[in-house]
Ligand binder design. Structure first.
Ligand SMILES: *Cc1c(COP(=O)(O)O)cnc(C)c1O
Length: 441
């Protein structure tokens, strides 16, 4: 990025370059770039900003969250919670890579999810979502939304037509993850968008239904839902986009006309991304996304193949396996920047056992063996890390779901979630084989 200095900079059409290159350079010229001779943006670590005059201060406050009126002019920075250079630069590049009109960052993925749903819903409104979701999103819906009188319906969105049974005049949002965390259910994004467009055609502007997709599992490298018709994408930047497991973060990407509302929401609810985290994601995370995700996807394909052929493995859910029930839909929508099938870096599987309890016990032994005796995999939640991470959703990331509801939420009590890292795949295969040898059945 370069400073927005029209007299000195040449107009370059970034779009003629591949996205692998664009995610390194970002926009050639940025209005958010406040520096003259830096190649990498300096870490901005200033809670407040000097205002040259009262008039400029007043102008800054007037312009804040008024992009509709003032456009995307060079910002007057006032106070970190309102906006600052590192976050603004990251937001510009995130919008670009996800093909959205705007992006706003938040302190965490949950900060982003609660913000987009916070601006789209009011008391009395309803949300329709897929049965299987990240555990804290379920907790947000089940533990907090009843207090705000926002009703959430869980349905099987792998059959898009199910929406018609529950939709009514209060429906404001269709919300899902694809692939879903942790079981990798795939939802046909184009088909949902098409159905919702039909439902919206008769609705007033402020009662239209928005399609919001949590794209954390795919990252924009593997899937860009806005291109497929979604209104908003949310991300946990903590995961694949951040990529190194060093910083929490979240983002909402979508329609420009919601930017001001989201800015006000973020200012008042306060879940702003730390600029030092924004800097890391801008400098290391996003520019290396293609490189990491391509490697991780190739490795995941080999591991999924290996696991699915292993006599001790009951089943493997991975969008890249031809045997997977959602393979055909995955193939149409999980596409990398170059147009290749990109089934991602997440795998969900279960070990064999004579009873469900035995499957679960074998999974426990397998993960405990990895935790204690294996070099290349780590028992830990989170995903999209340089290291391969393994965890047990039913007792960890999704422990909010009571045992008797696991099945309704699409969760297998014995299911194991694997997030592939950057290791040499041969080493991962060697360690997986050793861990699988160690369970008796
Ligand atoms: C981790 C995760 C989140 C929450 O993100 P945080 O940054 O931990 O708040 C949301 N959705 C999915 C799919 C996730 O995996």
């Amino acid at each position: 990025m370069k400073k927005n200095d029209e007299s000195k900079s040449i107009k370059i059409d970034e779009t003629k370059y591949s996205m692998d290159t664009q995610i390194i350079y970002g926009k050639n010229i940025s209005k958010k770039w406040d520096y003259s001779h830096h190649v990498t943006a300096p870490i901005s670590s200033s809670t407040t900003f000097r205002l040259d005059s009262v008039e400029r201060g007043a102008q800054g406050f007037q312009q804040f969250a008024n992009t509709e009126q003032f456009g995307e002019s060079s910002p007057i920075f006032i106070y970190d919670r309102l906006g600052e250079p590192n976050k603004d630069l990251l937001e510009e590049n995130l919008a670009y890579v996800e093909k959205g009109e705007m992006a706003l960052t938040f302190a965490t993925g949950m900060g982003a999810i609660s913000a987009v749903l916070g601006v789209l819903t009011s008391a009395g409104d309803e949300i329709i979502c897929h049965n299987t979701l990240y555990g804290c999103t379920i907790s947000l819906f089940d533990n907090w939304y009843p207090k705000y009188n926002i009703k959430v319906h869980y349905i099987d969105l792998t059959d898009t037509e199910n929406i018609r049974e529950l939709v009514n005049e209060n429906t404001r949002v269709i919300y899902f993850e694809s692939p879903a965390n942790p079981n990798l259910d795939i939802i046909d994004i184009k088909s949902v968008a098409k159905l919702v467009a039909g439902l919206n055609s008769g609705r007033e502007v402020n009662r239209k239904i928005s399609v919001v997709i949590d794209n954390t599992f795919s990252t924009p490298f593997c899937q860009r839902p806005i291109e497929l018709g979604a209104d908003f994408v949310v991300h946990s930047l903590t995961k694949g986009i951040g990529g190194f497991g060093t910083d929490m973060g979240g983002a909402v990407i979508g329609k420009k006309k919601y930017k001001d509302l989201l800015l006000l929401y973020r200012k008042d609810f306060g879940a702003v991304l730390n600029p030092k985290s924004a800097w890391g994601i801008l400098t290391y995370g996003l520019p290396s996304l293609s490189l990491r995700q391509r490697q991780q996807t190739n490795t995941a394909m080999r591991i999924a193949d290996y696991l699915s052929g292993h006599p001790k493995v009951e089943y493997v859910n991975y969008p890249g396996l031809k045997s997977y029930k959602f393979y055909d839909i995955a193939k149409t929508q999980m596409i990398d920047f170059d147009g290749n099938f990109a089934p991602g870096s997440m795998i969900y599987f279960s070990l064999k056992g004579k009873t469900p309890a035995e499957c679960k016990e074998n999974g426990r032994k397998f993960m405990d063996y990895i935790a204690g005796s294996v070099y290349t995999m780590t028992l830990a939640v989170s995903l999209g890390h340089t290291r391969t991470l393994i965890e047990h959703p039913a007792s960890m990331t999704h422990s909010v779901v009571p045992p008797e509801q696991l099945k309704d939420r699409g969760l297998d009590p014995g299911g194991v979630r694997l997030s592939i890292g950057l290791e040499n795949p041969d080493d991962l295969l060697m360690d997986l084989e050793e861990a699988l040898q160690n369970i008796n059945s």
